[in-house]
Design a protein around this ligand. Structure first.
Ligand code: SAM
Length: 269
């Protein structure tokens, strides 16, 4: 079983100035995410997937401010600013781990009324598996917001970015949104295939179809501005759990059998 409170004890106590609260009204990226949280509330509890890098738990804090009694933040990153916030918020619980890891997620014996996945799906190598594991911990709804690829010739397009040579078409530049600080987010290196990097371009239709297969329907959505590269735009939604899907791939449970013994000629010396 994954121990939720254990992570608190690993963080030393001590007094530091309060963490910066990086949520600024007027930033289109943050405004869209906050609008999705507002649309999903009220909720008793939230599980926020990936909320440390750059924001130090700010969206988890927002869930508490909007009335959640308990918020579980799942991330594989810790920073001093986030640790400070954690010390000050007894109802914010840190769960340290990789939410794309099926074994670890099966051991995570917590669920929350709503889930939050802001700018995290683009980073998951096992994409549909990670979406399933996330949704499995969301009782009523999920809030999603991320840069989204505009619809292509075929619906449900999802594009793998590492090693992709169509850089001009696909480079997801944020430069006009963040004041020109970042001209390109490095996404095309074929070897950087981990959740610290940007791996996928997803269309809205792809996400809608994956959510439907998981038994979730989009009930609210908002389109934000284009990125500097107009093939991308900001998009967010709230999807609600509507039905179980017994024909989902996770519902097939073939009985595991033992692998046959290896012939002597194939054994290691
Ligand atoms: C791009 S940041 C997004 C932060 C915040 N949600 C926001 O919208 O600004 C992605 C965050 O998710 C975390 N993350 C991504 N994939 C993860 C995974 N599979 N397991 C645990 N943490 C993950 C990263 O460590 C990071 O804190």
């Amino acid at each position: 079983m994954t121990n939720v409170t254990e992570s608190h004890s690993r963080i030393e106590s001590g007094r530091r100035p309060p963490p910066p609260h990086p949520l600024k009204a007027g930033d289109p990226i943050m405004d869209l995410k906050l609008a999705m949280l507002d649309a999903a509330m009220p909720a008793q509890s939230a599980m926020v997937f990936g909320d440390v890098w750059g924001v130090y738990g700010a969206y988890s804090q927002r869930c508490l401010d909007l009335g959640c009694e308990n918020v579980y933040l799942v991330d594989s990153l810790q920073t001093p600013e986030f640790e400070q916030r954690l010390r000050e918020q007894p109802n914010l619980h840190f769960v340290y781990g990789d939410f794309s890891n099926p074994q670890w997620m099966m051991d995570l014996d917590r669920e929350a009324e709503i889930g939050v996945a802001f700018d995290v799906l683009l980073h998951q190598g096992p994409l549909t598996g990670a979406i399933h594991l996330i949704l499995d911990h969301c009782q009523r709804a999920i809030c999603i917001s991320q840069p989204t690829l505009k619809e292509r010739d075929l619906p449900n397009t999802v594009v793998y970015l590492p090693g992709n040579t169509a850089r001009e078409e696909l480079s997801p530049s944020y430069s006009h949104l963040d004041g020109g600080g970042t001209s390109e987010i490095h996404v095309f290196d074929p070897l950087q295939v981990n959740h610290g990097h940007w791996l996928w371009g997803m269309t809205r239709s792809f996400l809608e179809s994956v959510l439907l297969g998981e038994g979730f329907e989009i009930v609210a959505e908002q389109r934000g501005p284009d990125l500097a590269n107009p093939n991308w735009y900001l998009w967010g939604c709230v999807a609600e759990r509507k039905r179980a899907n017994p024909r989902h791939w996770s519902a097939s449970h073939p009985r595991p059998t033992r692998a046959p013994d290896r012939p002597a000629s194939e054994r290691k010396p």
